[in-house]
Design a protein around this ligand. Sequence first.
Ligand code: FES
Length: 87
Amino acid sequence: MPEAMPEAQCVQIYLNGMPRQVARGTSVAAALLLHAVPCRESVKGTPRAALCGMGICFECRAVINGVAHRRTCQINCLDEMRVETQR
Ligand code: FES
């Protein structure tokens, strides 16, 4: 995230408990990729990330505000949103 972005154009989210700022309108999947945080881990523990980006593959599932299996490519970041890698 560029340092010079005006605060009004940003939202603060928490990725695995770490506060991060992203541009308003950023999808959760993009925010996870931007900060190198996996959406979920496979049953063997392999980190996974968004694949199709259009709601079909379900590879981007993560826990958002305590709700599991949310497709992060279909949800924009909101202020104070809490996103956790799904394990
Ligand atoms: S990346 Fe495929 S459903 Fe989200």
